[in-house]
Design a protein around this ligand. Structure first.
Ligand SMILES: Nc1nc2c(ncn2[C@@H]2O[C@H](COP(=O)(O)OP(=O)(O)O)[C@@H](O)[C@H]2O)c(=O)[nH]1
Ligand SMILES: [Mg+2]
Length: 379
């Protein structure tokens, strides 16, 4: 059954002051028997940040019509990056012979796909080495070598999230506004449920009432408990959620947080506080700190990984919106310059458009329709 835990309003709601550590004690004990009802009230917001989304969408419900397989959706989702990369390669690989000019053009192509200077240099060095060592001659062989090089770069990022080490397994979600945090939580809840796990959501984005409503609507639709409260303190909401999950024997807690930019130092301090308060509810938690990145931001992703890592110790990444970008090469930049386990990638707004990252699958999809025959990277 769908149920909310009732919370009495706190006598003294925690302030937004980032420097103040809350006592982190819930005003009322929460337990499995606590009842229903969350009021949705617009909280006064301490600072006015731009809200890019007047309407906050809820993830699309599971489609009834037969859908493409994940491999097909990944391929479709990566089509823009493939055009950027593969399109460039098509031009390049149409030529017969490998020479320095071709390698230079390839370098430009990789940079345009947002692979970043470091990964591009690494891939090029590797190609030059193999060109000499393996006596590569044809463009097709070069493409094959590039696919292999990319696979080697990306493979270390493939580290699936292991959620059975703790119960409840507490996952904290962070990122900038609009990166896809809340919709990813919906998708992940569905994903974990499909594995027979029970899930509880914490509406920890307390800056915007719409964010809480978005999560609640999703919870209602999918029969997932959402812990929310009308007071404005993210840390307290998530603290309560951890306790509720423990009381109910829940497997996984997904904790939403408000979007923030790394340059908003007081907000970065605030999320560090959220993390500390979670540890007060469970000293081993959070068990995963997921940073959600929009693939469209390109090289900014590196700055975000480093800044969020410094503030809250990022343990994994979710890369969303690969379907809308020609900059999918950013995965290679992350791998070389800010490596963190890439737990999930998103290629659309559908409920099952977020899946664990698999390097081989990703590279295969990227080179799926590149011209030239005779390589095994094609789908
Ligand atoms: N095309 C596409 N859209 C996505 C993906 N992930 C999230 N979105 C959309 O991005 C927008 C912002 O998502 P939201 O979860 O509200 O962002 P939040 O501010 O980080 O919580 C919504 O319209 C989502 O549907 C994705 O993988 N592909
Ligand atoms: Mg959100």
């Amino acid at each position: 059954m769908f149920g909310f835990l009732k919370k009495s309003p706190k006598p003294e709601p925690h302030k937004q002051d980032a420097t103040e550590e809350p006592d982190a004690q819930p005003a009322t004990p929460v337990g499995p028997d606590a009842v229903v009802a969350v009021e949705t009230i617009d909280m006064p917001v301490a600072d006015s940040r731009p809200d890019p989304q007047a309407q906050v969408p809820v993830p699309a419900a599971a489609p009834t019509a037969p859908r493409l397989s994940w491999a097909e959706r990944l391929k479709a989702g990566l089509s823009r990056t493939r055009q950027q990369l593969g399109g460039g390669l098509a031009g390049l690989f149409g030529r017969r012979k490998i020479d320095e000019d071709l390698l230079e053009e390839l370098e430009t192509t990789l940079l345009m796909a947002d692979c970043g200077v470091e990964a591009t240099q690494h891939l090029l060095d590797e190609l030059r080495r193999r060109w000499k060592r393996d006596k590569l001659e044809t463009a097709d062989q070069l493409q094959q070598a590039l696919a292999e090089g990319l696979l080697a770069v990306l493979s270390p990022l493939e580290q699936p999230l292991e959620i059975t080490t703790h119960k409840p397994f507490i996952i904290m979600i962070a990122g900038i506004n609009g990166s896809g945090k809340t919709t990813s939580i919906g998708k992940l809840a569905k994903y974990f449920q499909a594995q027979g796990k029970s899930v509880l959501l914490a509406a920890g984005d307390t800056f915007r009432a719409a964010a809480r409503e978005q999560l609640q609507t999703w919870g209602e639709r999918n029969n997932v408990t959402v812990i929310a409260q009308e007071s404005g303190d993210s840390a307290a909401v998530i603290f309560d959620a951890v306790n509720a999950a423990r009381a109910r024997g829940i497997d996984i807690v997904l904790a939403d947080t408000a979007g923030r930019l790394p340059t908003q130092l007081h907000l970065m301090e605030e999320i560090a506080k959220v993390r500390r308060v979670i540890a007060k509810a469970d000293p081993s938690a959070p068990h995963e700190v997921l940073l959600v990145l929009d693939a469209n931001i390109g090289q900014n992703a590196l700055t975000q990984v480093k800044a969020f890592d410094a503030a809250i110790g990022v343990t994994g990444l979710v890369l969303t919106k690969l379907d809308g970008t020609a900059k999918g090469g950013v995965v290679a930049a992350i791998a070389r310059q800010a490596p963190k386990p890439l737990r999930f990638i998103g290629v659309g707004e559908g409920i099952d458009d977020l899946q664990p990252f698999k390097a081989r699958e990703f590279v295969d999809a990227l080179f799926a329709r590149a011209p030239g025959a005779g390589n095994d990277t094609r789908a």
